[in-house]
Design a binder for this molecule. Structure first.
Ligand code: ADP
Ligand code: MG
Length: 421
């Protein structure tokens, strides 16, 4: 072990109390500490934050972390403060701060105390912030959730498009690290181009989740009873049921309650207090099931979610992967059950009708993949991993028999050797 290596482990232990790096973390951190542009593709829960947090704590200057969600930034800032001597080690710079608070943030940065500065892209575009950041030493720039840059990602945010331009204005030679859990080749290419880091060292972890069991069932008018039966067969286990609309969330939560299942609804139409309450009830296991729109899940880290049910099929394979990915984070059992009817695809197509043509085309292409996935009689896992640019062999790969099509091959379709998905 080289001297450098020993040091990184010591820093990891000192700041985070972990004795080992997870997956590719160490190589990523070395790349960034060296000052190279770096690109990280790791599934959710893979430990991406640490890939920039540790270098930020080690390196001279302040690291700027761009992240799309204020709630996530706050969580991270609290976590970093908890492991450090000084409150000012991490700050958020956003529109919610008053003048006194902004002054304090700037003073801490100037005095060199602040190692991590979290900013939303909107705040970064503000002229006064750019001017200020130009005048202080910046160690590197991290773009978390970097798929927001791409129209092919599941969460396109136009403000992300300007990041490269702003980074250039803040400083000429600032190393950049982009991080995402979206692994499609198109999105990756977009990120590298848009951030202008095509020469970046790229680190891609496997997206295989061997402990998840994937199943797709036809959606009939009895879908509610099917869901109730499934949940009752899994009594006492925690699970999430995703629905497309708030209305459906409310209705289904009620149906489950009436049937003796401890369930709460969660969607963006509920007031903040109720949302927090329902989320906590789920985390504390006062209820077993959350019926939710996609508003639920980002940044929620419940390790023992045992099933994720899709009452409605998601609008892309990425969304499906993200949402099902919330099951079995502890490595234990995770059953992913999606109900599919082509009629729902048509519904999703209709939602796109008013959107710009380019967006519709992308949306349509993503949906076609969902159709192919749902209607496929071949391995679900193989399909998903192939979609993410990863080859998977069901004979030798981990979790090779963990989906409905592999375990119970459909008789009506004879899968031929030459069928390629
Ligand atoms: P991502 O952003 O890739 O979804 P996070 O950065 O949120 O993942 O990390 C997921 C979890 O993994 C967190 O609870 C974090 O504390 C934990 N973690 C990260 N690195 C390590 C490590 N080296 N050892 C143990 N746990 C780790
Ligand atoms: Mg993350």
């Amino acid at each position: 072990m080289s001297k450098e290596e020993i040091d990184l482990h010591a820093e990891l232990k000192k700041y985070f109390g972990f004795s080992k790096f997870k997956g590719l973390q160490e190589s990523v951190i070395r790349s960034l500490v060296r000052g190279d542009d770096t690109f990280v593709i790791m599934p959710t829960g893979g430990g991406k934050s640490l890939c920039y947090q540790l270098p930020a704590l080690i390196k001279e200057g302040t690291a700027i972390i761009v992240s799309p969600l204020i709630a996530l930034m706050k969580n991270q800032v609290d976590a970093i403060r908890a492991v450090s001597q000084h409150e000012g080690v991490a700050h958020v710079l956003n529109s919610s701060l008053n003048k006194t608070e902004i002054k304090q943030v700037k003073e801490d940065i100037k005095s060199g105390i602040t190692k991590l500065l979290y900013v939303a892209p909107e705040s970064l575009t503000k002229e006064e912030n750019v001017e200020f950041l130009r005048s202080v030493p910046i160690s590197f720039m991290a773009v978390d959730e970097a798929h927001c840059i791409s129209e092919w990602g599941h969460d396109f945010r136009p403000e992300y498009r300007n990041l490269r331009h702003i980074i250039k204005r803040i400083g000429d030679n600032i190393p950049i690290i982009g991080l995402t859990a979206t692994a499609t080749p198109k999105v990756q290419e977009d990120i590298l181009k848009s951030l202008d880091i095509t020469g970046a060292n790229t680190f891609k972890a496997s997206f295989n989740r061997p402990n998840l069991y994937y199943e797709v069932r036809p959606k009939t008018k009895n879908v509610d009873s099917d869901i109730i039966r499934f949940i009752k067969q899994n009594e006492g286990k925690s699970g999430i049921v995703y629905c497309l609309s708030r209305k459906r969330v409310e209705e289904l939560a009620q149906v489950l309650q009436v049937n003796g299942i401890k369930a709460v609804p969660y969607h963006a139409g509920l007031d903040a207090k109720t949302r927090v309450k329902h989320q906590d009830m789920f985390l504390m296991e006062d209820v077993d099931v959350v019926v939710a729109t996609i508003a639920f899940g980002m940044g929620i880290d419940k390790p023992d979610v045992r099933f994720v049910i899709h009452h409605d099929i998601p609008k892309s394979i990425e969304s499906y992967y993200q949402e099902t990915g919330r099951a079995g984070r502890d490595g234990g059992e995770g059953h992913c059950l999606a109900f599919y009817a082509y009629k729902d695809i048509e519904k999703l197509e209709k939602f796109m009708a008013g959107k710009p043509v380019a967006e519709q085309e992308i949306g349509h292409a993503l949906l076609q993949e969902v159709v192919a996935f749902a209607e496929s009689s071949l391995s679900r896992r193989k399909f998903i991993l192939h979609y993410f640019g990863e080859e998977f062999d069901n004979e030798t790969g981990e979790g090779g028999d963990m989906d409905d099509n592999v375990r119970y091959p459909k008789k009506q379709f004879e899968a031929k050797d030459d069928v390629v998905i």
